[in-house]
Design a binder for this molecule. Structure first.
Ligand code: SF4
Length: 146
């Protein structure tokens, strides 16, 4: 995730500005008060140079920790909460499909396109539905990640 999350500014007092390579989001995060010692110890990441800069492992249990869990970026909060991720041509998140066929977007143009395409999706089985959604959105200039 270091390839996704880049620290662009250290504001001190365990506060950082993080840039999301995919979404373009810029977010201030802060190391959780109870995880500063864990954050300071980078030894568990020596063999993971591309790991998120806020990931750490407990050296005794091997358990992974997000050291900025309370202020983590939106993409982390949403992780595993979408089946299809829809990004615009610039790679910014435009919408999501959750669960089986629940569609969410804050993007007016994508919302309008979704209303137009809904009738074409009736009666399709799950695989056909996914294929149709991906095909229509891709033709409209969006990128869809499964
Ligand atoms: S959940 Fe935390 S450790 Fe994982 S990628 Fe996000 S910020 Fe990094």
């Amino acid at each position: 995730m270091q390839l996704v999350h880049t620290i662009t500014e250290d504001r001190g007092n365990y506060t950082f500005i993080v840039y999301n390579y995919y979404s373009g989001d810029v977010k201030e995060v802060r190391v959780d008060a109870d995880k500063t010692a864990l954050f300071e110890d980078r030894s568990s990441l020596e063999r993971l140079p591309e790991a998120c800069p806020f990931l750490r492992f407990d050296t005794e249990t091997g358990k992974a920790w997000c050291t900025v869990h309370q202020t983590r970026p939106d993409i982390c909060r949403d992780y595993c909460c979408w089946r299809l991720l829809i990004c615009d041509a610039q790679g910014r998140r435009a919408g999501r499909v959750l669960y089986q066929r629940t569609f969410l977007t804050d993007n007016a143009a994508l919302g309008e396109l979704w209303e137009q395409m809904k009738p074409k999706l009736f009666g399709l089985d799950d695989r056909e539905w996914d294929d149709a959604v991906i095909s229509i959105l891709t033709k409209a200039g969006y990128r869809v990640r499964e």
